[in-house]
Write a protein that binds this ligand. Structure first.
Ligand SMILES: *Cc1c(COP(=O)(O)O)cnc(C)c1O
Length: 385
């Protein structure tokens, strides 16, 4: 049996929770959404949580809630999934990138500081920063938030990899060092709702805007209406332009059920990551470095091929041939044809580019057995020769 790089873990309890919704009166806009939102908000210690149909939609309405628009700029990192940058393009904003730190593979606050200082001189400061907690390890958010406040920039944490991770002894998603944080519940991420995303924030005004943007810009709250006297119980108003980005109750029930398993998932991921660290010693690879202020959710375990006679591509192909379905995260976003057409060229973000050249993501998921992990290590040792 091939070993995938990631896999969801669905229990009989999860299945029962979904079936209960299917037998109930609501398939969407029922009670499960609010239960799921409350559960995630409580877990993270954030005031508000807004569930949406996926994290890409969550990033989109987060940018809109911060009023990102044409003529504005959004900065993220090249080492991420394209959605972290595309959300800026959806709003008509220009996108630019900050290179990563060579050890953590996260946004480098030193590069960010220099780039902000230069942008300020040219009057080209970004409106929004999107740091990405790569592989589940938090960015240096205290440093990023200090810089953001100094320059008047808003911050959306792309925490798609990172529910269950911690930073400075607080859960990722607390929004202590950001305006908004976004989770993904795609099946390959830490917990799943099939498709799904969530935005967290401590700011009431942003939460109101996000709820409007999720549902066509429509409100039933008299306090938000233009018409002082609602015309009847049927009455609602569209007060802005929004979308249908709702999550279904079927998805929310699965997400809620998975929340009760989150800590077990993280414990298993941490155990397996620690086991990789030990078992890979002596092989010509570099294991992922962890900063002492972080406690990763270990969405991904990424090695760098270093000092091997074989190239990354050779090692990768040999792994795939032996049934180890390794992956690579990420092709630098600025090198995608769409972003090249916008003027980005190779060499612009050298740390992300050289990181990418030797990166391989090894299989890691809660259902992976110790024995399967030993198979991965064995196959890797052979592939590196
Ligand atoms: C998965 C992912 C997304 C998008 O999540 P979806 O829920 O699939 O829309 C965004 N950013 C990062 C870093 C991701 O890994």
């Amino acid at each position: 049996m091939p070993i995938p790089y990631g896999r969801q873990d669905i229990s009989e309890e999860d299945i029962r929770a979904v079936c209960e919704v299917l037998r109930s009166d609501w398939l969407t806009q029922g009670p499960a959404i609010e239960w799921f939102e409350q559960r995630v908000a409580d877990y993270c210690g954030a005031k508000h949580a807004i569930a949406v149909c996926n994290a890409t939609a969550a990033l989109h309405i987060s940018c809109l809630a911060l009023k990102l628009g044409p003529g504005d700029r959004l900065w993220t990192v090249p080492n991420t999934f394209v959605a972290s940058a595309n959300c800026g393009r959806y709003c008509g904003a220009d996108v630019d990138f900050v290179d990563i730190h060579p050890d953590t593979y996260n946004m480098d606050p030193v590069n960010l500081s220099a780039k902000l200082a230069a942008a300020k001189k040219d009057n080209l400061l970004p409106k929004v920063l999107v740091p990405v907690h790569f592989a589940g390890q938090s960015c240096d958010m205290a440093a990023i938030w200090d810089l953001a406040r100094h320059y008047g920039v808003r911050v959306i944490e792309d925490a798609s990899h990172a529910i269950g991770g911690r930073y400075k002894d607080e859960p990722i998603g607390s929004c202590r060092y950001s305006d908004l944080a976004v989770f993904s519940f795609h099946p390959v991420k830490i917990i799943t709702s099939g498709e799904g995303g969530m935005v967290l924030t401590n700011q009431d005004a942003l939460a109101d805007r996000l709820r409007l943007l999720r549902t066509h810009g429509i409100t039933r709250d008299p306090a938000m209406m233009h018409n002082a006297a609602p015309e009847g119980a049927w009455y609602y108003e569209q007060v802005g332009l929004g979308f249908n980005y709702r999550m279904t109750d079927i998805q929310a029930a699965l997400g809620l059920s998975q929340m009760s398993r989150l800590d077990d998932f993280i414990a298993r991921r941490r155990y397996l990551a620690g086991r990789y660290d030990v078992k890979l010693k002596g092989l010509p690879v570099r294991c992922p470095a962890q900063s002492p202020e972080t406690n990763s959710s270990w969405h991904l375990y990424v090695i760098q091929v270093q000092g091997s006679r074989s190239t990354r591509s050779e090692v990768f192909d040999r792994l795939r041939k032996s049934g180890i379905l390794a992956n690579v995260h990420y092709i630098p976003v600025h090198l995608q044809p769409y972003y090249r057409q916008l003027g980005f060229t190779a060499g612009r973000f050298p740390i992300s580019e050289s990181y990418y050249e030797s990166a391989i993501t090894l299989p890691l998921y809660p259902g992976m057995t110790d024995q399967q992990q030993d198979e991965v290590v064995q196959a890797l040792a052979t592939a590196l020769q």
